[in-house]
Ligand binder design. Structure first.
Ligand code: PMP
Ligand code: GLN
Length: 442
């Protein structure tokens, strides 16, 4: 098995841009260490590769349908109809008051939370800006930031940009449950933050109330801040063992934790980039200290439409999860028949396949062959790890992330291509050896 693209330790670089790029595994491994080049994110590279090879894109996590018509019309109206209010000039830095009120009332209905719309809700340019602002607010230079690994790429970029060190706590199959004892053992006197993601990308794990409660206790005990990324809060599938619970439902969590949400994921409008951070007034005010100098504010027309969508989703959330679940079932069944031992994938957009039942190649090589010779693009999970500390034989090197937030005919066609072309494409690779032990029995 070949090792993953080697990325240097982000903190070995003096310049913030290089630290940020190395933190998200986006320094070109072919470029000289003394003058490294930045490549696009794993998501953009995968989409570009899909286009170049006319491959079906099961890589980047965006739906291939539009959001609901009524929501799109509300945004369009808001831009062109002055009677609905001025929606083409700066929104307030904290977001439109209508949206802050809707986020607060939606969290009351869904999670029983009591968030003051003026002080405990901050609208951001996508969840991405909320994540960046929170990490830059609390991860002081020289500190350590803990996260379960694999993890979303932007966390690594922001931690490194802040001059802090990312420390991964393994989240491993087949169950992909967070090991809170291991998290506790990783805390040192330098730890400043814990980054959580529930429901989790890419594993689909939904954290339990007990797990969240223990993590909040640890944060209080060691005076740490928690950023809990909850962008998939509306995308928990019906057979999930646990419902989504926000970190803020844990007693006293608002002293140490904030939650991050995204309209892009909730309403299938990923391009709108409307997100939010919620939590205790003191932490929100501190994060504002960073957020208002990142984008200041954005997209009032989109904010206006999302405000109404959160007040009344007109059945969209239930329809969307039913549709996603049917796509997940279709993809899981196909991956299982191919010998890729899919995980349970109880929430979000993604299912993981294990290549080791089919080949000795790494997931990186597998994904290259899949895109270039089979016509299906997917993401090697090693792209979502801390690569400079990665163990070459770690099971994350064998996992591939497939997105099921796609049209069902698209998923069916991807599976057909894999059934018809994958065995020969793998066999033609000089380093391929058929695995002796099926992944399912590991
Ligand atoms: N966090 C996770 C776990 C994600 O998968 C994504 C991608 N939607 C984001 C954050 C970014 O969300 P947004 O597009 O709202 O910035
Ligand atoms: N969240 C999406 C994913 O995980 C990608 C977002 C992006 O391209 N930045 O695939």
């Amino acid at each position: 098995m070949s090792s993953p693209s080697p990325q240097p330790d982000p903190l070995a670089f003096e310049k913030p841009w290089a630290r940020s790029a190395a933190g998200a595994n986006t320094l070109d491994p072919e470029s000289p260490r003394s003058s490294p080049r930045v490549v696009p994110t794993i998501y953009e590279r995968t989409t570009a590769s899909a286009l170049a090879h006319q491959a079906i894109n099961l890589g980047q996590g965006f739906p291939d349908t539009e959001g609901p018509d009524w929501l799109l019309e509300l945004a369009a109206q808001s831009i062109t109809d002055p009677s609905s209010g001025p929606r083409n000039q700066y929104a307030p830095g904290m977001g439109l008051s209508e949206l802050r009120a809707s986020i607060s009332s939606a969290q009351r209905r869904r999670q029983g939370l009591d968030l003051h719309p003026e002080t405990q809700v901050m609208v951001t340019t996508g969840a991405t800006e909320g994540i960046s602002a929170t990490i830059l607010a609390f991860a002081q230079p020289g500190s350590e930031v803990l996260t379960f690994e694999p993890h979303y790429d932007s966390y690594g970029a922001c931690v490194a940009l802040a001059g802090a060190r990312m420390v991964g706590v393994p989240l491993r199959g087949p169950e992909f449950r967070p090991d809170v004892d291991a998290l506790e053992a990783a805390i040192t006197e330098r730890t400043s933050m814990i980054l959580l993601n529930t429901p989790h990308n890419p594993t689909g794990t939904v954290f339990s109330t007990e797990e969240l409660g223990r993590i909040v206790e640890l944060a209080k005990k060691h005076d740490l801040r928690i950023m809990c990324d909850e962008v998939y809060e509306h995308l928990v599938l019906s057979d999930a063992a646990l419902p989504h619970r926000s970190i803020l439902t844990v007693e006293g969590a608002e002293q140490v934790a904030v939650a991050v949400g995204s309209a892009g994921k909730s309403f299938s409008v990923t391009g709108w980039k409307v997100g939010w951070v919620t939590g205790g007034a003191e932490l929100i005010s501190q994060i504002r200290g960073v957020k208002q100098f990142l984008s200041f504010s954005s997209g009032p027309a989109f904010q206006w439409a999302v405000a109404q969508g959160l007040e009344d989703d007109r059945g969209f959330f239930a329809r969307n999860t039913a549709e996603l679940e049917a796509g997940r079932d279709l993809l899981r069944e196909g991956l299982h028949d191919l010998g890729l031992a899919p995980n349970a994938a109880e929430a979000g957009y993604f299912v993981l396949g294990d290549v080791s039942g089919l080949t000795s190649l790494s997931a990186v090589d597998f994904c290259r062959i899949l895109a270039e010779e089979v016509g299906v693009a997917a993401i090697p999970v090693s792209a979502l790890t801390i690569q400079h500390t990665a163990q070459p034989m770690d099971e994350l090197q064998r996992l591939v992330r497939f997105a099921f937030c796609k049209d069902h005919t698209t998923i069916t066609e991807a599976l057909r291509r894999m059934r018809e072309h994958l065995p020969a494409a793998l066999a033609a690779h000089p380093a391929h050896e058929r695995a002796s032990e099926p992944a399912a029995r590991r």
